[in-house]
Write a protein that binds this ligand. Structure first.
Ligand code: NAG
Length: 568
């Protein structure tokens, strides 16, 4: 399949996911950073197996762009002295309230879930993209480049599964981005960087278009012959989803071309930020072919299609240790716009102080669709992180209330899990409002997906599945690391127990069809790579000492792979 090229946005279905192909491929990068970024790197003297690099048969480093960037317009990595960023994590108390033994037992149980998932993958789906958790075989959903294996590497390392890690890392450096033809040589960490550069060069070819905007598909034959063009209707996230990975690659190799490729997209975001239908944010689709970012579409969301674009604006600021001021400027305006226009408070029986984000339609008149998405549960963590590091008044608090909204949505359903997409009846203001049973029932009746058997406050659960996604746990983890409040760990533990109860199968863990049912929900034969890469990692980290992957030293990309921040 790779030799025939792979494509990224082949259907709406694949668009409705945060983890679509550019991102998964980008996640492959992490493998190569893993042993380069201390403290993951074993001490030089420590014995560890030698990795045998197997080069891909097509040498992308020899490939020449057909639309070369003129050297005078190439944007190098910022050369300013890295700044000391404001402290992100709370200072752990000298007299911790929590019971160390309890946290250890919780980690052990989460590790058991990882071992079960990994062992089945190893036995039944080795080198395939995913394990099928009901039937116990493998399937390829991302070009057959062993997505689950590569994505899970750092979780194996963090959980101390070193043997499994080395076996998997060896398998990963043999991945052939083109066709198989072995030329092995004996080296250690350089094998990882070499593999990253190989992959980086291949992905860089995706930016070799007349206007240097990325193509929606990386079709190998077109890339080799210089016929790639960006699409005139391309998801926003697809334009901006490689910025962290390319920046890290530029930092590691000193080759500015990777940084330049993503800086050009950033410049477009910058030019267009305040001339969109909702100034401060960008619409869900861009016309990349003509470089139009501002008025190709009038829908604004933090969920599918856009999510990682917003996440990366903030995280680029961290990764570059504030050396490029554009990202802070972009993020501040975005965050304010989100809080003013997309955040709402639901009408619920006990008037809890919780918030959600919806979808804004810049129409005449403009309106907010109060539909929540599980994918958008990352926003609580993002606003808290941004609020903390940029000292934005009120944003840590709003991030906490958004996170509490997602936790509440988990607890509201009989399975203890939140649906993929759901609608809530909104209060007029963020100050809250009295419960109004009549108003809720009317909303349910007027909604074609409405059901009055749903928990009070929910107008519908349009997509009632739970896909083993991480976003609610991700925000709970960030909020815990920022505030030190034990309630986030307790909430995470409850979520994990609910997940175990209904998703566990003979071979692993499975997505479920409907979180709203009482009794055992139907399972789906799917365990996507983010289960081991993200969901289990965030769970393990929330119960680990706070210096394990400290948010003051690392910034996690959208697939939860930690990248080291090089700062003062
Ligand atoms: C957009 O407008 C906001 C509010 O005036 C401003 O703070 C921000 O810097 C602007 N963004 C850009 C990229 O100029």
């Amino acid at each position: 399949m790779p030799s025939a090229g792979f494509y990224i946005m082949h259907s709406l279905r694949s668009l409705r996911r945060r983890h679509w192909r550019w991102l998964v491929i980008a996640a492959l990068f992490f493998l190569f950073f893993l042993l380069l970024d201390t403290p993951f790197a074993p001490p030089p003297s420590a014995p560890h197996p030698t990795l045998n690099l197997v080069r891909s048969s097509y040498d992308w480093s020899k490939w020449q762009p057909h639309n070369p960037v003129p050297s005078e317009s190439l944007q190098p990595l910022p050369t300013a002295k890295p700044e000391k960023l404001a402290r992100i994590q709370h200072v752990p108390s000298r007299h911790p309230k929590f019971d160390i033994a309890v946290q250890g037992r919780r980690r052990a149980e989460i590790k058991r879930a990882m071992q079960k998932s990994w062992n089945s993958y190893r036995e039944f789906a080795w080198m395939r993209d995913e394990l099928t958790p009901l039937t116990g075989t493998g399937k390829d959903t991302f070009s057959g480049w062993a997505a689950t294996l590569v994505d899970a590497l750092d979780t194996l390392w963090i959980m101390g599964m070193k043997e499994e890690f080395h076996e998997a890392a060896q398998a990963a450096v043999t991945l052939d981005w083109d066709v198989t033809q072995d030329t092995a040589c004996n080296i250690k960490e350089p094998a990882l960087l070499a593999k990253a550069v190989e992959l980086g060069d291949m992905l860089y070819a995706g930016f070799d278009t007349p206007n240097h905007m990325p193509a929606p598909w990386l079709d190998f034959e077109k890339a080799k012959t210089g016929r790639l063009v960006p699409d005139d209707h391309q998801a926003a996230a697809s334009a901006a989803s490689l910025s962290m990975e390319f920046t890290r690659l530029a930092q590691l190799t000193g080759d500015n071309k990777y940084y330049d490729a993503v800086a050009r997209v950033t410049d477009k975001l910058f030019e267009s930020q305040n001339i969109t239908g909702l100034p401060g944010m960008w619409p869900t689709f861009f016309d990349l072919r003509n470089g139009i970012f501002h008025n190709h579409d009038n829908t604004f969301t933090l969920g599918a299609l856009s999510d990682s674009m917003y996440e990366y604006v903030l995280k680029m600021h961290l990764l570059l240790a504030a050396t490029e001021p554009k990202y802070e400027q972009l993020y501040r305006a975005t965050a304010d716009t989100i809080v003013e226009n997309l955040v709402f408070r639901p009408v619920i029986p006990d008037n809890l102080d919780i918030l959600f984000t919806g979808t804004y339609h810049a129409e005449d008149p403009a309106w907010l669709e109060t539909e929540g998405q599980h994918l958008a549960c990352f926003v609580g963590g993002m606003l808290a992180l941004g609020g903390r590091v940029l000292d934005i008044p009120g944003h840590v608090d709003i991030g906490a209330r958004l996170t509490n909204g997602c936790i509440w949505a988990y607890n509201a359903f009989p399975t203890g899990l939140a649906p993929e997409i759901f609608k809530l009846v909104p209060c007029e203001s963020l100050e809250g409002c009295e419960w109004d049973e009549q108003k809720w029932l009317e909303a349910v009746t007027n909604d074609e997906d409405g059901r009055d058997t749903l928990p009070k406050g929910f107008q519908n659960a349009r997509e009632p599945a739970y896909l083993l996604r991480p976003e609610a746990l991700e925000s709970a983890f960030i909020l815990y690391r920022i505030t030190g409040q034990e309630e986030y760990r307790e909430a995470a533990w409850e979520m994990f127990q609910s997940i175990q109860k209904v998703t566990e199968t003979e071979y692993g863990y499975a997505a479920i069809e409907d979180v709203t049912v009482t009794g055992k929900p139907e399972q789906r034969d799917s365990m996507e790579s983010f289960w081991m890469a993200e969901t289990l990692k965030y769970l393990y980290l929330i119960f680990s000492p706070t210096d394990v992957v400290s948010l003051d030293d690392y910034v996690l990309n959208t697939e939860a792979h930690p990248l080291r921040i090089h700062k003062q």
